[in-house]
Design a protein. Structure first.
Length: 258
């Protein structure tokens, strides 16, 4: 006969670590990724309904899992007769400070765009220091708040996209139409090829987001204060720690041009 449960801990359900436990979509995504890893790139895995039933999840949960594996470049979806889910070649990767960007197949365009964007950043900060009005600074702070809001969801992809929106807002201050146009076009190129943002295994996502948010908040403060030296120091730090050094395409590693 079992001993009576005399202590609260003996009969109350114990809390679980929700932060570390995978969600149902994440577990289903792991199943799909495992299926894709077991076959050759281009092989058909099955229809959505067949795979949903195999994962044993609802339609909504399966669609979220499918979004996750598509973002990682593990699975692609083809419509029509004979369509369904197919194993994909692993996406190229670009290191971004303490995170990694999963890209579509055009990693070279992203590398070139990042290099040019880094070169133009100091020019735009110079213009912001000279020309930013109080309303411009307020708009930058609004973008900062959006960046901060993404930290609650631990969503690295949303955070980086909000980061790019802040840079686009800083660029809007420049009276140089050509500079502004070229810069925003580069941001569009980078964003259009990014599938997802994943934290570096050695650096937890909250740590990455916090450090990047603090750097951008300090940059906006420096622009608001017309602190030329501090603003240029910060954009130099941004461009030497944010956008990194390597792309990875399966087993191949190459240096990104700086």
């Amino acid at each position: 006969m079992d001993a009576p449960a005399l202590r609260r801990a003996d009969w109350e359900p114990q809390p679980t670590d929700r932060a570390s436990a995978p969600t149902r979509p994440e577990r289903a995504a792991e199943q799909l990724a495992a299926l894709a890893a077991a076959v050759d790139p281009g092989d058909r895995l099955g229809t959505k309904e067949e795979l949903r039933a195999r994962c044993g999840v609802s339609v909504g949960t399966f669609n979220e899992a499918l979004r996750l594996v598509q973002a990682r470049g593990v699975v692609s979806v083809r419509p029509g007769p004979g369509g369904g889910l197919f194993a994909s070649r692993q996406s190229p990767m670009v290191r971004l400070g303490n995170s990694v960007l999963a890209l579509d197949d055009d990693a070279a365009s992203v590398a070139d765009a990042v290099r040019l964007r880094d070169a133009l950043d100091p020019l735009l900060v110079e213009d912001a220091l000279r020309h930013a009005s109080a309303s411009d600074v307020a708009a930058m702070r609004t973008e900062l708040e959006r960046m901060k809001a993404t930290t609650a969801d631990r969503d690295g992809t949303a955070f980086v996209r909000a980061n790019w929106a802040l840079h686009a807002r800083i660029a809007e201050v420049s009276p140089n139409v050509i500079l502004r146009s070229v810069y925003t076009s580069l941001l569009d190129i980078i964003e259009s090829h990014v599938l997802s943002v994943q934290p570096d295994e050695a650096h937890p996502l909250p740590e990455y987001i916090r450090s990047r948010y603090e750097l951008h908040a300090a940059l906006v403060d420096a622009i608001a204060d017309r602190d030329h030296r501090r603003a240029l120091e910060l954009i130099h730090e941004h461009n030497t720690t944010m956008d990194g050094s390597a792309t990875r395409d399966e087993a191949t590693t190459e240096e990104l041009p700086r």
